[in-house]
Write a protein that binds this ligand. Structure first.
Ligand code: CU
Length: 469
């Protein structure tokens, strides 16, 4: 008997499609012994089964997925254009997901269902779309949405890792403009079985090889790299085409993670005395959520960084003074004990490391043009400035990192996952609209620009008592 390709495909879909659907949704294993041996023999005689896309892998029906028993994440975004500030004090015409750059981070566990809804307000001038790299669904789902309209699609986050999402433009037109003006974010898909322990292998003080294992739980940060291509505050496609960027941004900001005036006071004893004359472009308290903030970690603590290159130039990720203890891409370890790792466009990685010694460490894109145009992120580990006597003078206990006093910047901290260590506190920092800031305040994040002036008096008193100023 002759079978046409189409007939085989239908048979394949009937045989395997339904079974795989069940497998995918309920997690049952495929039992080949129960299948009709004659049919399998016929397929064998014909030279094998035509490869058919099992239906489950393309399952996008929200109704089916929502009743599948899997955890469903309702991920709601709006496409909004806003004027956003530059480090020069000028503004530019930005495009955002939900009033912030980068857009909100989605955090799910491998196998969960994502229900993404993109709404475009009716006063928005153009349409927007959302291409989520964590999905494996038809690109047709990313069709742009018109102002005043809304669209929803569902998918299973099948693969673990860090994945970009970005505006797909207006039917693909001007996608470059929309993305490079700020319409990007990440989805973190935690592995179904959690993250792995971190092994760090070094020589100890005695010269012996020393192997230390750290628990999978880690203090986590997110850093997203991109560029701005601007002329008079507007996107300049010509500059993008010739790779002549006007700014390098980390989480939407140039030099966003550098010391501010409060750090100057605590370390130098004078708010006007800059810790770094070169880097401190954002040290004014009047810059509010856009003043520089630092990333605080403890020594001997497992730190996990989610890095994504959202931009148009490569990122040579390096931390001055540290070695990247482990680099993971997708769900595979790529390197260990490495100095720098290259992240291409629309590529992500997870860096695990431990800051052994108290000190200041700068994460950079080790492309010199990127460093000097904004890609510097300062980590402070432990208490390198001996500030604990001041902390104790203020009536608090000594702290293992300054995050307990000042918090870590909200835009650098992803939502909690299954192996996350909670940050002691968050301060409000980022490319945000006023609405986003009031939401963060309601969630308990600290507006340091309001708190620091109130604390300045007591801090100066304690520093004077200690003879530091
Ligand atoms: Cu857009």
């Amino acid at each position: 008997m002759l079978f046409t390709i189409a007939a085989v495909a239908v048979m394949g879909a009937t045989l395997f499609g339904s079974t795989y659907t069940q497998t995918q949704i309920s997690g049952q294993s495929l039992d080949i012994n129960k299948m009709d041996a004659d049919v399998i023999e016929k397929i064998h005689q014909m030279g094998g089964l035509q490869l058919v896309m099992p239906k489950a892998f393309a399952e996008t029906d929200c109704g089916v997925l929502e009743s599948s028993g899997r955890t469903v994440h309702d991920f709601q975004l709006t496409g909004e254009s806003h004027e956003m500030p530059l480090v020069t004090g000028e503004t530019y015409n930005a495009m955002t997901f939900s009033g912030q750059i980068p857009g909100p981070t989605l955090r799910v566990t491998q196998g969960d269902v994502v229900k993404m809804t993109l709404t475009i307000p009716s006063d928005e001038m153009v349409g927007h779309g959302n291409d989520m790299h964590a999905s494996q669904i038809t690109a047709g789902a990313f069709e742009s949405v018109n102002p005043g309209e809304s669209t929803t699609y569902c998918y299973i986050a099948e693969s673990a890792g860090i994945f970009k999402y970005h505006c797909s433009g207006v039917k693909l037109a001007a996608m470059d403009q929309h993305v490079l003006s700020g319409m990007y974010g990440i989805a973190i898909v935690d592995p179904a079985n959690g993250y792995k322990k971190l092994m760090v292998e070094k020589t100890s003080g005695s010269g012996e090889l020393d192997r230390v294992f750290y628990d999978a739980d880690a203090l986590e940060f997110q850093l997203q790299y991109s560029q701005l291509y601007l002329t008079d505050g507007n996107y300049d496609m010509g500059k993008m085409m010739s790779h002549q960027n006007t700014a390098t941004v980390v989480n939407g900001m140039q030099f966003g993670y550098v010391p501010n005036m409060a750090h100057n006071l605590l370390v130098m004893g004078d708010p006007e005395k800059k810790i770094s004359a070169v880097l401190q472009a954002r040290d004014g308290l009047d810059l509010e959520e856009q003043q520089g903030q630092l990333l605080f970690v403890e020594n001997d603590q497992h730190v996990r960084l989610f890095i994504e290159n959202q931009g148009n130039e490569p990122v040579f990720f390096h931390i001055v003074g540290e070695i990247l203890d482990r680099v993971t891409q997708g769900n595979r370890v790529q390197s260990a004990a490495t100095e720098t790792w290259l992240v291409g466009g629309s590529q992500g990685m997870i860096v695990d490391l431990v800051f052994d010694e108290p000190g200041v460490y700068a994460a950079v894109n080790h492309d010199y043009a990127a460093i000097y145009s904004g890609a510097v992120t300062v980590f402070v580990a432990g208490d390198p400035f001996n500030l604990n006597p001041i902390v104790e003078g203020l009536g608090m206990d000594a702290v293992p990192s300054y995050a307990y006093v000042l918090g870590n910047p909200s835009d650098a901290v992803p939502p909690m996952g299954q192996n996350s260590i909670a940050h002691p506190a968050l301060n409000i920092h980022g490319m945000y609209t006023d609405e986003v800031i009031s939401d963060l305040k309601a969630d308990g994040a600290i507006p340091l620009w309001e708190v620091v002036p109130e604390l300045a008096g007591p801090i100066i008193e304690v520093m004077t008592d200690l003879g530091r100023i």
